[in-house]
Every structure is written in structure tokens, then in C-alpha cells.
Design a protein around this ligand. Structure first.
Ligand code: ADP
Length: 301
């Protein structure tokens, strides 16, 4: 064991990869990797929310799933590392929240029982475009993972940058022991092509795919009740079957989901009994049962 490795006091697990410097790793890279592992090892489950492209509802899904887990009594953190479109502060009406740094690290912002950290908290105006070059982005993501003081959590839900480029790649690589990824798509072929890439991306990184969610799957007319499949329907399920990964469920195009995003009160809080909220909670429950084991679901507060 590298002598530095013995200083990691997070756990007694001698086989933890964070205790050993890899042969091809610089000392600096090793210490950084270990610092991230020390922070994250107090979090039992890490779920990455990915999408093949922007605008499919990835952040909306991340927020609502995290809130459902929190409502079910789990200790939940939500981390927004979508550097170019950090929408979590807005989705939770937390824009402008001051971020405090203490001797322990950067303290997450509290949203009810949930802890939240986003690059958006560090930008002073909503319109500010983040134009950073690759290495700066990587450093920021690394710093987030290394410095945020989450404490003990059951779940960290990570809203990752869209696509399969450098940013989601570093997020997946830096979180070495993630439980897996939830891939969000919309039903039309164009989006599905990107999801195929996302699933292949996860496989190449040996990151389990926890499942695919088909968002914006049909619209029920509020006047006549007729269902209109605006972006088609069922493509997410077919794709999941084709790729041999679980299908977690469909979320319809829903005015409550959209309004909840705009006003900062997500649908699972604002309209908890609506069918869209129920869909999110069913998916969160299925994930919780899968990761925690059936029968351990905490009852609603
Ligand atoms: P992404 O993170 O993939 O870029 P967002 O979560 O920011 O996407 O969602 C993009 C827009 O679509 C937001 O205005 C959001 O409120 C809306 N939206 C997402 N899912 C739904 C849905 N199921 N029904 C209605 N609007 C939705």
C-alpha cells in the first residue's frame, strides 16, 4: 500500500481503490481521486441522471426523483453538474441562494429535507453564459465532488451534462462507485438514437444502466381527455428491450410538470396526487427497492 493511502481514515476497507495509487497515476491525481472518494464514501447510493441530448427533461426528472426519495424519508442530496445549463436552482426556486464555505467544505443549500449544490449558485445572474474551456470545466466538476460537504446521505442524485462528451465522461469517471445511470429520453427516433449512444457510453465505462425513462410520452387533453402522442410513444420501452436494460416508466407531457418547473415547485410537491407525480414516485420507489432491497422502503413522512 502506498504510505499516503494509510492516511485515508474514511473506512477500514483496505481494498478500497482510493487507498492505492495506480501505477499509471501521478501523485497529484491519486490524492485528488482519494479526496473525492473520501467525500463520497459517506453516501450510500449515487445515481447519475443522463440524457443523450438537452431538453428532454433530464433536470426535471432528476429533481422530481430526488424529491420523491426525500419524501419517502431517505437522506438525499441533489448535485447539478450540468455546467452549461444549470437549471436546478430555478426548478427549486433557490436562485441566488448564498453558498457558504466552512472549514469542512462548501455547504449545500437546503431545500426542505434535501441538500442541493449547483454551479448555478456560483453564477450571479441567470443569463450568465458559462464559456469555459475543457480543463476549467473538469476542474470545476472535480472541485464540486471534492469540496461539497454532504455529510451522510442515502442518495446523491447527480444531474449530469447531456450527451456523451468530455463532461459526462469526467463525471462518470470521477464517481468511481456510482450505482448506475438513469437515462432520460423522449419517444421520437431522433432522441432515441442519442439514447443508444448513452447506453453504449455507460457500457464502455462499466457503469450499470439502472433504466430508461421515457419523458414527454403522450399528452392527455385536459378538455376532452383524449390522448395525443405528440412525440410518438413507446420508443423508450422498445429501445430498453432492444438494448437489454430495464425500462423504468413513462412520464406524460403534463402542464403541472411544466408549470412546476417554471415556478420552482416541482410537480411532486405542488400536485402530489396528480398522475404525473405518481409516475415519478413509482419510478423512485422502484429504484429505491432495487438499490436498498425490497421491504426497506421508508414510509411517507
Ligand atoms: P433538460 O435537463 O433535459 O435540458 P429540462 O428538465 O430543463 O430538460 O426540461 C426542459 C423543459 O421541458 C422545461 O421547461 C421543463 O419544465 C419541461 N418539461 C420536462 N418534462 C416535462 C413533462 N413531462 N411535461 C411537460 N413539460 C416538461
Amino acid at each position: 500500500m502506498n504510505s499516503d493511502g494509510e492516511k485515508c481514515e474514511s473506512c477500514n476497507n483496505a481494498s478500497c481503490p482510493a487507498k492505492h495509487q495506480r501505477p499509471d497515476e501521478s501523485r497529484e491525481a491519486f490524492l485528488e481521486r482519494r479526496a473525492i472518494a473520501e467525500r463520497l464514501c459517506r453516501i450510500r447510493h449515487k445515481i447519475l441522471v443522463l440524457s443523450g441530448k438537452g431538453g428532454v427533461g433530464k433536470s426535471t426528472v432528476a429533481v422530481n426523483l430526488a424529491l420523491c426519495l426525500s419524501q419517502a424519508g431517505r437522506r438525499v442530496g441533489l448535485l447539478d453538474v450540468d455546467i452549461h445549463g444549470p437549471s436546478i436552482p430555478r426548478l427549486l426556486r433557490l436562485e441566488g441562494s448564498p453558498v457558504q464555505a466552512t472549514g469542512k467544505g462548501i455547504m449545500p443549500v437546503e431545500a426542505g429535507m434535501m441538500k442541493v449544490m449547483s454551479i448555478g449558485f456560483l453564477l450571479d445572474r441567470r443569463e450568465t453564459a458559462v464559456i469555459w474551456r475543457g480543463p476549467m470545466k473538469m476542474n470545476l466538476i472535480r472541485q464540486f465532488l471534492k469540496d461539497v460537504e454532504w455529510g451522510d446521505l442515502d442518495y446523491l442524485v447527480i444531474d449530469s451534462p447531456p450527451g456523451t462528451g468530455d463532461e459526462p465522461l469526467s463525471v462518470c469517471q470521477l464517481i468511481e462507485d456510482a450505482d448506475g445511470a438513469v437515462v432520460v429520453t423522449t419517444p421520437q427516433e431522433l432522441a432515441l438514437d442519442d439514447v443508444r449512444k448513452s447506453v453504449t457510453f455507460c457500457r464502455s465505462l462499466e457503469l450499470p444502466v439502472l433504466g430508461v425513462i421515457e419523458n414527454m410520452s403522450g399528452l392527455v387533453c385536459p378538455r376532452c381527455g383524449e390522448r395525443i402522442d405528440v412525440f410518438k410513444r413507446g420508443g423508450g420501452k422498445r429501445l430498453a428491450e432492444e438494448m437489454g436494460v430495464p425500462f423504468l416508466g413513462e412520464i406524460p407531457v403534463d402542464l403541472g410538470v411544466m408549470a412546476g418547473g417554471d415556478c420552482g415547485r416541482p410537480v411532486v410537491v405542488a400536485e402530489r396526487d396528480s398522475s404525473a407525480a405518481q409516475r415519478f414516485c413509482d419510478i423512485a420507489k422502484a429504484l429505491d427497492e432495487r438499490l436498498e432491497g425490497a421491504g426497506t422502503t421508508v414510509s411517507k413522512a
